[in-house]
Design a protein. Structure first.
Length: 347
C-alpha cells in the first residue's frame, strides 16, 4: 500500500494484497451462507455500451441480494446521451450522479471508463472497457481457483488466450498478488506480447513463478488450472472482427479444447473460461469434472456482492491504477473526449 488510494475499481492494478484478501474473504463468507451486511438500499447505475450477459446480470443480481436497486443509465433509445438534440457524456454523468450511489460501466473504448470516473464523485466499477481490463472477472477467476484448489501460490496455471484480451490482462495482473508456482502461456509461436503483458509476466518471474510457453492446448493440460478463451478475443471485443465473422470464427484445432483431449491425457486440469465461449471450448467438455466455467458464473455473484458492499461502504482501493496511463497502456482514445489528463480519478 502506497498511501495513495482510489474510489474506483478500474484495473486489477487498483487492488493490492490486502484488498484482494478482503474481497475474497467477504465473498467466501457470502458463498458459505453468511448474511451479507445490509447498509440501507442504494441505487446502482448500470452503464453498458457493449453487450454483456454475465457482468450486467451478475451485478444486477448481486445488488438485489444486498437489498439495493438497479437502474439502467446506458445510452438507451429513451436516453438523451449522444442524441442530436441530446447531451454529452459529462452532463449525462453529472445527471446520473444525482440519482445513483455507484456506477458499473462497460465501455466500447478504453478511456471512457476513466473519463466517467473523473466526471463523478461516485465510485465506478469497470465491467470491461474495450480492449483494456475486466478486473471483476479476474477476481471471479481467482475466487473459483481458491474455492476448488486452495492457495493459488501452490498451483500451476496456464492461459490459452489472446494475452491482450481484457480479462486475460486483468487475470495476469491479479496473479502477481499470489504468484503461482508455474505460469504457462499457450499461444501461437508468432503471437507477440504487448509491453504491458510482458512487464506483468516479468513481475511474476521476479516473484519466483516459473514462466513457460506452449503452442497447443494439450501442452497446458498437465497444469492445475487452464483458463481458456479464443485466441481472437481482443479482435472480437474491439469489433475488429465483425459480428458475422466472430460468430463464424472457428478456433485453430491446436487451441480448441475437447473432451477427447482431456480424457486421452487423463487430465485433472480445472478449466476456467470467462465466457461467452466461442469454438475454443467444445461443449463435449461441459460434463467433465474439469469444467468450472458455470461454477465461475455462480461464484461471480458473491464476488460482485463483496465488491459492491465494500465500495458502497466507502472503502477505497490501493490505487496503483495511475500506472494505466504510463507508456504501454493501450492508447485508444475516447470519441467523447480526446483530452485525457495524466492523472486517474482519485477523489
Ligand atoms: N465474462 C463476461 O464478461 O461475460 P459478459 O460479456 O456476458 O458480461
Amino acid at each position: 500500500m502506497t498511501g495513495f488510494s482510489v474510489k474506483d475499481l478500474l484495473s486489477a492494478d487498483d487492488i493490492d494484497e490486502a484488498d484482494l484478501a478482503d474481497v475474497l474473504s467477504r465473498a467466501a463468507a457470502i458463498a458459505d451462507g453468511a448474511a451479507p451486511d445490509k447498509t440501507g438500499a442504494k441505487m446502482i447505475g448500470l452503464f453498458f455500451e457493449q453487450e454483456s450477459t454475465r457482468t450486467r446480470i451478475g451485478f444486477d443480481v448481486a445488488a438485489s441480494r444486498l437489498g439495493h436497486h438497479v437502474v439502467d443509465v446506458s445510452a438507451s433509445p429513451g436516453s438523451r446521451l449522444g442524441k442530436a438534440q441530446g447531451e454529452d457524456l459529462e452532463d449525462h454523468i453529472r445527471t446520473i450522479s444525482e440519482y445513483c450511489d455507484l456506477i458499473v460501466a462497460r465501455t466500447q473504448h478504453v478511456a471512457t471508463v476513466e473519463e466517467m470516473a473523473r466526471l463523478t464523485h461516485l465510485p465506478v466499477i469497470n465491467g470491461g472497457n474495450g480492449i483494456g481490463e475486466h478486473p471483476t472477472q479476474a477476481l471471479v477467476d481467482l475466487f473459483t481457483m481458491q474455492r476448488r484448489l486452495g492457495d493459488v501460490r501452490q498451483l500451476s496455471v496456464a492461459l490459452s488466450c489472446d494475452p491482450t484480451a481484457r480479462h486475460a490482462l486483468s487475470f495476469m495482473k491479479l496473479l502477481r498478488l499470489c504468484p503461482p508456482k508455474r505460469f504457462t502461456l499457450c499461444l501461437a509461436p508468432e503471437t507477440k506480447l504487448s509491453n504491458v503483458a510482458a512487464a506483468v509476466i516479468d513481475d511474476l518471474r521476479q516473484n519466483g513463478t516459473i514462466i513457460d510457453r506452449v503452442d497447443n492446448v494439450e501442452g497446458a493440460l498437465n497444469h492445475d488450472v487452464l483458463s481458456i478463451q479464443t485466441q481472437n478475443a481482443s479482435s472480437i471485443i474491439s469489433g475488429r472482427i465483425g459480428d458475422t465473422d466472430a460468430a463464424q470464427h472457428v478456433e485453430d484445432e491446436k487451441f480448441t479444447l475437447t473432451a477427447e483431449k482431456i480424457l486421452r491425457l487423463q487430465s485433472k486440469t480445472m478449466i476456467l473460461n470467462p465466457l461467452p465461449r466461442h469454438s475454443e471450448t467444445d461443449k463435449s467438455c461441459d460434463s467433465l469434472p474439469n469444467a468450472a466455467y458455470f461454477e465461475q458464473v455462480r461464484l461471480s455473484v458473491p464476488i460482485r456482492m463483496a465488491v459492491l458492499s465494500r465500495m458502497l461502504a466507502g472503502r477505497r482501493w490501493a490505487g496503483r491504477s495511475r500506472l494505466h496511463l504510463q507508456p504501454g497502456w493501450p492508447a485508444t482514445s475516447s470519441p467523447i473526449s480526446s483530452s485525457l489528463s495524466p492523472s486517474v480519478s482519485s477523489s
